[in-house]
Design a protein around this ligand. Sequence first.
Ligand SMILES: Nc1ncnc2c1ncn2[C@@H]1O[C@H](COP(=O)(O)OP(=O)(O)OP(=O)(O)O)[C@@H](O)[C@H]1O
Ligand SMILES: [Mg+2]
Length: 441
Amino acid sequence: MANAQRLLVVEDDNAVRTTLVTFLELEGYQVDAVASSREALERLSRQSYPIVISDIYLDDRTGLDVLEEARRRDPSCAVILMTARGTLETVMAATRGGAFDYIAKPFELDRMLEAVRRAEQARAQEPPEEEEAEDLPETELVGSSPAMVEVYKIISRVAPTDATVLIEGETGTGKELVARMIHAQSPRAAHPFVAVDCAGIPPTLLESELFGAVRGAYTGADRDRTGVFEAAHRGTVFLDEIGDIDSGFQLKLLRFLQEKEIRPVGAARPKPVDVRVIAATNRDLQKAVEEGKFRQDLWFRLNVVRITLPPLRQRAGDVALLANYFLKKYNERYGMQARLLPDGLRALEDYTWPGNVRQLQHVIERLVILAPGGRIDGAAVRDAIQASAPREKAIETLAAAEEEQIRRVLQATGGNKSRAARILGIERKTLYRKLERMGLL
Ligand SMILES: Nc1ncnc2c1ncn2[C@@H]1O[C@H](COP(=O)(O)OP(=O)(O)OP(=O)(O)O)[C@@H](O)[C@H]1O
Ligand SMILES: [Mg+2]
C-alpha cells in the first residue's frame, strides 16, 4: 500500500490543518504540515513531496505559488488546492499551473482522501506534462460554492478545446454567460461569438438564419443571405433553447455537426465552415430523448461535454457574493450608495430564487434604485422579491404590461408619483393620465 507516502499540508487555519493532518495520519500517511507560504516554500526547497495539499489564500503568497514551486521541484508532484473562495480565474490558474485537483471548502474529509488516492494512482501511471502559466483573463462569473467550483473546473478544461458543449440549467442560472466565458477563454476568442435563440425564430426561418440562403431560394430572398454558421467562421455559435427545435431541423443540425459543412438554402454545393458549437437548454433533454421528442443521435453529438448549472438555491454562500457584486455594479451605474443591511442579506438568503441569478440581479437593481435612504433592509428585500417573482399568469398585452409596471413602481415608491414617474422615465403629467385611465386617480 501507499503507506509510506509523505504529504505536505499547507494551511493557515489551525483547525482545518489539525483536522486534516490527524485524518491523513489515521489513513496511514506521513504528513508534514506548515501554516504559511514561507514555510511551505522553504520545505519545498529542501525536499520534494509526491503530494502537496495547499490552501490558496494564505498570506502575501498564495497556494498558486506553492503549486509553482512544488511542480518546479518535481514536475510529477500532485498538488491539491483548496479554497473557500474559488473563482473561475483561480481555477483556471490552478489548472494551467498543473494542479491535480481543486477542492472547495468546506469539504468532507472523504472527498480529500479520495483526491489523495487518485493522485497516488495518477502518479503511478503517467508522467504529467508541464504547462506554462499565462496572464489571467477577466471574468464576470461570480460564485464560490462547491457546485460552481465544479463548473469552473469543467470550463477550464473544455475552453481550450473545440469540443461541443451542452449547458443545462434552470432559467437565469447563467447558461449564456458560461457559453461566453468558454468562448472568451478559447483560442477562438478573437473571432465572433454569435448567439441564436432557437425558440425565438420560427422553424421555417431557422434554416436560412443558420445556414444562409442564396438569392431567389424562397419568396422574399432578394439577395444572398449569409447564415450564422458562416458569419461566425473561426468563432463560436451559441444555440440557445436547443430543446425547442423541431425534428426536421434536428436532422439538419446533426448533419452539420457531423460534416462541419453548410449548404445555404437553394445552394448547389456545401461549403466547409470552422465553428465551435455550444448549445443550451433549460429543459431536460435526456427526458425529451426518452420521450422520442429529441433525436438521440443529435443529443449524443451535442453532449460531448455537459455542464449542468446548479440553481441558486443549491449554491450556499453565492447569494451574498452575487448580491454584493450586483450592488456594486448598480450603485456605480445609477450613482447610488445603497447598502445592504444584515437583515436585508438574510432575507435574500432565505428566498428560493425560482428565477435564479437573473431574478437576484433584477431585485438588487430595483433595490438600489428604490431603497429609501439607500438602506436595504429585510422589508425592502421582501417587497422587491414579491415584485420580481415570476408571474403565475402571463401578461398578454403591452398595455397590461405597462399597467403592471406602473403598479409595481408605485408600490415600491410607497405611492410617491413624482418618484415613480422619474423611475418609469415618463413625465409626471403622463403618469397622471395613465393612472386616470387605470382608474387609480
Ligand atoms: N455566476 C454569475 N455571476 C455573475 N452574473 C451572473 C452569473 N450567472 C448569471 N449571471 C447574470 O444573470 C443573468 C442571467 O444569466 P444568463 O442569461 O446567462 O442565464 P440563462 O441560464 O441563459 O437564462 P435563460 O435560461 O433564462 O436564458 C445575466 O445577466 C448574467 O450576466
Ligand atoms: Mg439564456
